[in-house]
Design a protein around this ligand. Structure first.
Ligand code: HPA
Length: 291
């Protein structure tokens, strides 16, 4: 059992271990993991010696119901770095409880990733952000109103196998050194990036205007419906986390048309080559700076 599996609660560990054993038996291993959000999945075209397994074939995994999320795990080499990539993710609003939602993220950690890049499509809250801008995530506010890690981790006080609520909290879920490395790589690739705070809402409805006002007053720069639970879990399991948001729309103001998932995906499609370029440029540093 890897050291990270030992951090999971009894209730969860066997399920995660089954998937890890299945994947490790098929040669899935790597140094850097990537979770690719809405419309950003084409990074997998850059992977050499790629092998892929649909989520539905992995023990315990659910297939994602979100359009544009392919739903497969891919491993291989990108920019000389062994990677394991989640092409598509599950979302809280798909109605799954956190144990189902976060299983693929726990598996990524337990396959031995040293760092994981979490990407997403997000609405801009910062008035300076424009559609197709990128933002390196420096911190997050998880507005799902309950801790997604409840019952998933072993009692930190050491009582064997009991899952209790209190676990070391994610004071800094995002790794500053890797965030700087990602921003520097983006600059080298000629892609300017913002750095800011990501707010994660439950979804699937987009925010009401009062919620947008609230988030802005809380100094959030971008808003989406994913990422925060994954980042908290990865951090709790000792994985270094770096986040990248693709701003697909400005937060809606009065008079703007309704935002649709299609709008989000269309902007994602426009910038996904740029995102792939940034990730490829950054990958060697994301591994090299792993302690
Ligand atoms: N809000 C929440 N999630 C999103 C948005 C948004 O405006 N855009 C893309 N994902």
């Amino acid at each position: 059992m890897t050291a990270r599996l030992a951090l999971l609660s009894d209730r969860w560990r066997d399920r995660v271990e089954k998937a890890v054993t299945f994947l490790a038996g098929r040669g899935f291993s790597g140094d850097v993991g990537l979770i690719l959000g809405s419309g950003l999945g084409n990074f997998v075209d850059q992977i050499q010696d790629a092998q892929a397994v649909p989520y539905g074939d992995i023990p315990g995994y659910h297939s994602t119901s979100v359009a544009e999320h392919v739903g497969q795990l891919v491993c291989g080499t990108a920019a000389g770095v062994p990677v394991v990539v989640m092409q598509g993710r599950l979302h809280p609003y798909e109605g799954l409880d956190p144990a189902e939602l976060l299983l693929p993220t726990a598996v990524l950690a337990c396959l031995g990733m040293q760092s994981v890049v979490v990407t997403n499509a997000a609405g801009g809250l910062n008035p300076l952000y424009r559609p197709a801008d990128l933002m390196v995530i420096r911190d997050q506010i998880d507005l799902h109103w309950h801790d997604p890690l409840r019952g998933l981790l072993r009692d930190p006080l050491g009582r064997a196998g009991r899952a209790v609520g209190r676990v070391p909290g994610p004071l800094r879920p995002y790794d500053s050194e890797l965030a700087e490395a990602l921003a520097a790589a983006a600059a080298r690739a000629g892609v300017p990036v913002h750095q800011g705070v990501y707010a994660s809402m439950y979804g699937p409805t987009y925010e009401a205007r009062a919620e947008i006002t609230l988030l802005r007053r809380a100094y959030c720069d971008a808003v989406g419906m994913s990422t925060a639970p994954e980042a908290s879990l990865l951090h709790a399991l000792g994985v270094r986390v770096v986040g990248l948001s693709c701003i697909t729309n400005p937060a809606r103001e009065t008079g703007q048309p309704e935002l649709s998932h299609q709008d989000v995906v269309e902007v994602g499609a426009k910038v996904r080559d740029r995102v792939a370029e940034v990730l490829l440029t950054a990958l060697p540093q994301l591994r090299a700076s792993v302690r």
